[in-house]
Design a protein around this ligand. Structure first.
Ligand code: ZN
Length: 293
């Protein structure tokens, strides 16, 4: 009688809501669910990549590391290939098999740095390949049928592309906003729901790769202003506002949100490798200067 499981729905909403407030990531400490009876249920296993709560019929979460050498293989054919845990085909794997049999959603936690994860949910187990010792997961119900074995090769390629895009976009967003500790790099606004992971070299450019040093955590207004070259960031991390805008007179958003930012210094991530790449900034900045002149 494992159907429904209202608790599972509550847990998934809890995790997604927490992640949304942070900017699409959760810390290990936050992966702890307050149960109605006053106890807390850990939603991630301390040592294993799979969390099988005793109280639940099936697995609640699995962990994957996008930086592992197997990451690309994990995403073949538009489905996520999750390898069985070591040992027998049962053990830890039995409860993930239950999630498949009962069609219960789980959470896929992508580890983006120590103790920090990007959650993807609801994720469904769509196949259990005992001979290959792996489960196939779908991250997106809308491409589930395009990824099935009955689908044509072009359909499967399409499903693969969609899934990689979703996964990379969300992981990039989580990585960038986590690096800036949920703050806009320009105005310090600290509401994850109002933050974006902006690209410095646009993702439409082939050099616009989704690495943190090609990203900036910006609030919606500053992101849009940066994309429209109304706001520039110099390679020395200084914020500039377009001179036409500087002379306009309007309400408080223009005044405080934009004009007051002119000449201020960008807030930087503490890890050097996460800081914005100066060459990329310089290239973007030249576009801002060309517009301004
Ligand atoms: Zn801002």
């Amino acid at each position: 009688m494992g159907n429904a499981e209202p608790l599972r729905e509550e847990i998934i909403s809890f995790v997604l809501d927490r992640a949304s407030r942070n900017g699409d990531f959760v810390t290990r400490a936050e992966l702890s669910f307050p149960m109605p009876n006053g106890e807390t249920m850990p939603l991630i296993d301390r040592s294993r990549g799979i969390r099988n709560p005793r109280e639940m019929a099936a697995t609640i979460s699995v962990v994957s590391s996008p930086d592992s050498p197997y990451a690309d293989r994990e995403m073949e054919d538009g489905l996520f290939h999750y390898s069985y845990r070591e040992g027998s085909i049962n053990g830890d794997n039995a409860k993930l098999r239950r999630a498949h049999e009962l069609n219960l959603p789980i959470i896929l936690l992508r580890k983006i740095r120590d103790g920090v994860y990007v959650p993807h949910a609801p994720v469904f187990v769509v196949a259990d390949l005992m001979e290959k010792r792996e489960f196939l997961l779908t991250l997106d119900e809308s491409v589930r049928f395009l990824a099935s074995s009955n689908a044509s090769a072009p359909e499967r390629r399409y499903a693969e592309r969609i899934m990689k895009q979703r996964l990379h976009q969300k992981d990039f967003r989580g990585r960038v906003i986590a690096a800036y500790q949920t703050k806009c790099a320009i105005c310090r606004l600290s509401h994850g729901e109002l933050l974006d992971a902006a690209h410095i070299t646009p993702d439409s450019d082939e050099l616009g790769v989704p690495v943190v040093s090609n990203g900036l955590s910006l609030c919606k207004i500053h992101h849009a202003a940066y994309d429209k070259n109304m706001l520039g960031i110099s390679p020395d991390y200084e914020v500039r506002i377009d001179h036409v805008l500087l002379e306009e007179v309007d309400g408080p958003m223009l005044r405080h949100g934009l004009q007051d930012m002119h000449g201020s210094k960008l807030i930087l991530p503490s890890r050097r490798t996460d800081q914005p790449d100066r060459d990329r900034l310089a290239q973007r900045f030249s576009k801002f200067l060309n517009r301004a002149s």
